[in-house]
Structures are given as C-alpha cells and as structure tokens.
Design a protein around this ligand. Structure first.
Ligand code: NAD
Length: 259
C-alpha cells in the first residue's frame, strides 16, 4: 500500500508561525503540499508562508469567520487534504491559590476556548471542505486531521487544570470524530507531545533554566524534543493510510511529576 501522496494538495496548519506548527508546515511543503499558515502572529506567519510558497491567513482559531477564511484560502491552493491543529497555549494557575482564593474562571474559559473549542472549530470547517473533494486513493480517502494534545492530558501538573482539561478534551473527542468522519474518508489522529523546545516556554535566561531542568526529567534521550521530531510524527500519521482514531505520545518516555 502506498503512503498518501500530498503533491498538489493544500494543507492548513494552525499555529504554523511557530514551534511544532512551523516545523510541520515545513515538512508538509517538503512533501509537496501547498500550506496555509493560520495564526495570530502576522509577521512571522507571513514570513513562513512566503518561504514555503503558501499563504498566510490571520486567524483566531476560536472564530468561525477566521476559520472559514483559512479554509477558503486553502481551497485556492488546491483540494484541502490536511489540517494540523497546532495552535495552543497554556496559563498556569492553581485551582485555589496560596491564600485559598479560587482561580479566576476567565483563565479556565480562555484556555478551553483556544485549545479545545478552537481545535474543534477548525476541524469541523476543514472536514466540511474535505468531504466535498474527490477521493485520493482506492480506499476512498479524502483527507486527514491531526490534533495537538499534550502529555498533560494524562499527567497534568500542579497549576495545569485548565490546560490538562483542554488537552484531555482533545484526546476524548478524537475517536468519536474519527467515527463521525469515516463515511467521508477522513482520518483523525491526535499527538500528545512531551517536552518540546519551542517558544511556548518563552525566551531568555529564565526560560533556558526551566527548559534545562525539564530536559533532565526525560527518560531517554535526556533532553527536550525538537519541533522537527514532532513534525516527523505529524507526517507519518498523515501519510500512513492505516492510522486513524489514535492518540500517540511523542515524549521520549517522560512522565510528568506533580510539579
Ligand atoms: N512545546 C511543548 O512542550 C508542548 C508540549 C505539549 C503540547 N504542546 C502543544 O503543541 C502545540 C504547539 O505548541 P508549540 O510548542 O509549537 O507552541 P508555540 O507557542 O511555539 O506555537 C503556538 C502558536 O499558536 C499560535 N496561537 C495561539 N493562540 C492562537 C489562536 N487563538 N489562534 C491562532 N493561533 C494561535 C501562536 O501565535 C503560536 O504561533 C500547542 O497546542 C501546545 O499546547 C506543546
């Protein structure tokens, strides 16, 4: 059985201006796809899209209109075959703080809105477009959706209630959505990254110290992962026609401790 051929297809990568999304966009373009970078970061997003011969759409993944604009832009480049949902963020806050004050509900709501609702918003819009394309293979396959959860979905740390809930939601919706979309020949897989060296940890001395400490907690190899290593898995899950409905940890064996 051949791998899925991406040449001539279009792909949307949310969060494609940075980190895992950017690395995925680069590998998708290398495999022949025309890539739409859908991100809030205009300058960086446009630069990456320009370099890859794709398009940039300023897009808040939690907005229905922005998502529709990204899907329309992809349709201009070729039949939409791929969505990589990599936009995401975290906000650390304990359920109650050291003075027993309850966490601000707005923080919880914001993280769920971007990570979980935003992923579903982009996914539903992309799936609707993919369903209208001609099948690409003998199985009747039309497209693939990759979501980015986190190992925090399984071993969330102190202060990660909102982030872990948002990523747990992505894990939980993976199989039912794969079931919803099977009749249209659309596969859905989710990756749970471990500790990956991207701008999500911030920049500067403090961020480097945090990353160095985190790296020592990894089983083997004892370092943070590179965004490219995550993107290898993105491409594998897209191009292997037999991967569907699965959640894959890419974490070098790390298990997050409580803090
Ligand atoms: N880096 C890690 O260690 C790690 C671990 C587990 C999971 N993840 C997940 O992987 C994904 C990618 O993370 P990364 O490390 O590459 O982060 P990153 O900060 O480098 O990139 C995230 C991108 O998402 C964009 N973004 C944020 N909110 C958005 C919104 N509302 N609409 C559109 N774009 C938005 C940002 O502008 C940024 O370009 C995220 O979902 C993150 O939660 C990362």
């Amino acid at each position: 059985m051949p791998r899925m051929n991406l040449s001539g297809a279009s792909a949307i990568v949310t969060g494609g201006a940075s980190g895992i999304g950017e690395a995925s966009a680069r590998q998708l373009a290398g495999a022949g796809a025309r890539v739409v970078i859908a991100d809030l970061q205009e300058q960086r997003g446009a630069a990456v899209a320009g370099e890859l011969g794709g398009a940039f759409v300023k897009c808040d993944v939690s907005s229905a209109d922005d998502g529709a604009a990204a899907v329309a832009a992809a349709g201009e480049l070729g039949p939409l075959r791929v969505l990589v949902n990599s936009a995401g963020l975290g906000r650390a806050a304990r359920t109650i703080d050291r003075n027993n004050r309850p966490m601000d509900l707005g923080v919880f709501e914001f993280v769920i809105k971007v990570n979980l609702l935003g992923s579903f918003n982009m996914l539903r819009l992309a799936a609707a477009a993919m369903a209208g394309t001609e099948p690409v293979d003998d199985d009747g396959g039309r497209g693939v959706i990759i979501n980015m959860a986190s190992v925090a979905a399984f071993d969330g740390q102190i202060g990660q209630a909102a982030y872990a809930a948002s990523k747990g939601g992505i894990v939980g919706m993976t199989l039912p959505i794969a079931r919803d979309l099977c009749a249209c020949g659309i596969r859905v897989n989710t990756i749970a990254p471990g500790l990956i060296d991207t701008p999500i940890y911030g920049q500067g001395e403090e961020a480097e110290a945090v990353k160095a400490k985190l790296g020592r907690s990894v089983l083997f190899p004892k370092r943070l992962g590179a965004a490219e290593e995550l993107a290898y898995m993105v491409l594998d899950l897209i191009t292997n026609p037999y991967m569907n409905g699965e959640v894959v940890r890419v974490d070098a064996g790390v298990r997050l401790p409580p803090r």
